[in-house]
Design a protein around this ligand. Structure first.
Ligand code: HEC
Length: 171
C-alpha cells in the first residue's frame, strides 16, 4: 500500500517534470496531492537535513500557529537550498518535490502535528509559493487539509525566504 502510494506520487512528479519540457495540455499537468500521500511521504522520506544541522527540538516561535517544541527537517531536494550551517540560503528557490516538515511536540515531548510544505508547481491544490500546504495530526489524519491550498498558511509564511520562516524566527 505504502509503496503503491509512493510510486503514484513519484510518477506524478515525473510527469510534472516532463511537462516542463514538453507542451502537454494543461488538463494533463494538474495533479492533486492528498493528505494521505503527504503522510506516507513524510513517514517514508529520508531526513536529509535538519535546520541548523540539529536534531534537537527547539521552542517554537510564539507567532507561529502552534507553540510547543518544533523540529524541522528537509528531504534531499530541499536540502539543496540549505547552506553549510543548515539554514536556508538567501535567495533560495526550492525545486519541485522539495519537502519540508515541521514536527510539533507539546512541552512533555509528545508529537502532536506534522506541518508540511511540499513543492509541486503543477499541483491543482498548490497554494502560496507553489507549495502544497498540509498540517496533519500525529496519526496522519488531516488537521488542516492540503485541499485548503494553504489559505491560512501562506499569508504568515509570505515574509520568509521562498515562504520559509525558520531563518527569521530562529536565526
Ligand atoms: C501565524 C503564523 C503562521 C501560520 C498561520 C503558519 N505558520 Fe508555519 N511557521 C511559522 C513560523 C514562525 C515558523 C518557524 C518555526 C516555528 O518557530 O514554529 C513556521 C515554520 C513552518 C515550517 C518549517 C519550514 C519553514 O522554515 O517555514 C513548515 C513546514 C510550516 N511552518 C508549515 C505550515 C503550514 C502547513 C501551515 C498551515 C496549515 C502553517 N505553517 C501556518 C508561522 C506560521
Amino acid at each position: 500500500m505504502k509503496s503503491t502510494l509512493l510510486f503514484a506520487l513519484t510518477l506524478l512528479i515525473l510527469i510534472g517534470c516532463k511537462d516542463e519540457e514538453t507542451t502537454a495540455p494543461p488538463a494533463a499537468t494538474s495533479v492533486t496531492v492528498t493528505d494521505a500521500q503527504l503522510y506516507q511521504l513524510t513517514m517514508s522520506t529520508h531526513k536529509a537535513a535538519f535546520y541548523k544541522n540539529s536534531t534537537d527540538t527547539i521552542p517554537g516561535n510564539s507567532g507561529a500557529a502552534h507553540a510547543g517544541k518544533v523540529l524541522v527537517w528537509y528531504n534531499a531536494k530541499a536540502k539543496e537550498q540549505l547552506d553549510a550551517q543548515g539554514k536556508v540560503k538567501s535567495g533560495a528557490s526550492f525545486a519541485d518535490s522539495s519537502l519540508i516538515v515541521k514536527e510539533i511536540f507539546n512541552s512533555s515531548g509528545t508529537k502532536l502535528y506534522y506541518a508540511i510544505m511540499f513543492k509541486l508547481s503543477n499541483a491543482s491544490n498548490k497554494g502560496a509559493g507553489d507549495w502544497v500546504w498540509s498540517e496533519l495530526n500525529a496519526d496522519g489524519s488531516a488537521f488542516i487539509s492540503a485541499a485548503d491550498k494553504g489559505a491560512i498558511c501562506g499569508p504568515c509564511h509570505s515574509t520568509g525566504i521562498a515562504y520559509t520562516r525558520m531563518n527569521d524566527t530562529h536565526p
